[in-house]
Structure formats: C-alpha cells, structure tokens
Design a binder for this molecule. Sequence first.
Ligand SMILES: [Zn+2]
Ligand SMILES: [Zn+2]
Length: 242
Amino acid sequence: MTLGEVIRGFGDVLFPPVCVHCGGLVGSGAYRHLCPACALQIDFVRPPHCTVCGHPFPGEMEGLRRCPHCRGLDPAFGSGCTVVLFRGPVRSLLIELKYRRGWHVMEDLETILCRSPEALERARGSVLVPVPLHARKLRERGYNQSEMLARSLARAAGDGARVESLLRRIEDTPSQTAFGRQARRLNLKNAFALASGAPLNPGLRHVLVDDVFTTGSTINQCARALRKAGCLRLEVVTFSHG
Ligand SMILES: [Zn+2]
Ligand SMILES: [Zn+2]
C-alpha cells in the first residue's frame, strides 16, 4: 500500500465517497464515484455498431454501414467508435467533469475507457488529437475535457499511443448568431485549423477524440482540417454517444 493509498483510505473513512448519479454511498466496487448499482447501468457499446458514429445496431445488421444518428454526415474520417452511451451514470460523470470542475471523476472515466477493447486498439500506435475548445472557453473552464480523455486513453492503451493537440478553434460560436443559415455553415466550415507550427506526420494513424458524439458536425470539421493538412489515416473515438 502506498502512502497515497493510506491517505486516501483515511479520507474515505472521514468523507465516504458519494455516487455522482444517485447520491448514495459508493462502498466497494470498480468505480470511486459510482455505486455498484449505478455502475451496472453503464451502457457499453459492443459490436455490431455503426462504423461512422459508433452507435450500436440492434442485432445483426449485415452490410448496413450507416445509422439514423449520423445520416446526412459526409464523414471526412475513415471510421469511428464510441465507448458508452451518453445516459444515466455516464451523463452524470461527464456533467461532473465539464460543469462542476470534477477532475476527480477522470479516474472512473479511465476505468471505463479500459473496458473498451476497440477504443484501446484504435489508440495503440496512434496520434490522438483532442477536439479543441475555443481559447475563451478554455480560459473560462480551465481545461479541455476532450484533451483529458485523450490523455487517459493514451495512458490506458499504452503501446505508442500519444496525444498531440494539433488543432485550434478559430471561430467563436456566439459570433455565429449574427449570420444567416448559409453563412453559419460557411463559418463553421472554417472553425478549425492546424495549430501553428503543429507537426503532422502523414504516415501515422491519427485518431480524433471527443467527449460526446451528437450530430458529428464538430468532429467532422476537425477531420476536414486534418485532411487538409495532409492526414491520410484518420479515425474517431468518442467517449460517449448522445
Ligand atoms: Zn449510484
Ligand atoms: Zn451512425
């Protein structure tokens, strides 16, 4: 037992960890911020799933590549997968991380990542590129949750996986309200660019990492920016699917 574990053990006696989803006591289990009952509600995505957004297909869907969740998306990336569905305890963990400065839940998010053989496999030997936040939002929040997830994924995968923040966000979203529909699309099209001086090795597999897949439009704009910069092998891992 390390000193850190001893200190944590005392802390747990004085302030027993509370489940971020139901508010009950965590007790023993694989997670530090979810009780065993809530942990059982985590929806891990297993094959077969959509090869673009990663949403699971019900039963066997031989030959079907696309699903209703990403229809209309013209993916600039090769394929994608998602680790869990964005609901229940997963939603609570991510809200804690994004809006309550809950860095402490990262250890549980990493435990979840470790249970996704597909995400780990994609990460191995790859350059993981987090979807960037706009500089103003980054200042407000103090951290980029996608970058933290990418770092966790790289740690969990090992085997040459590494994080490189190759992209930057150049358009701030509130300014879009002044635009019409068409102009807004054009605006979003230019929302991401290669960070100045960022080294991109086209021979390596790049994997875009984000916390939630919703419409896929943001991650696809990132994919376009990486393609434009010469990226040849490009995949996507999202932590959750909304
Ligand atoms: Zn609970
Ligand atoms: Zn899909």
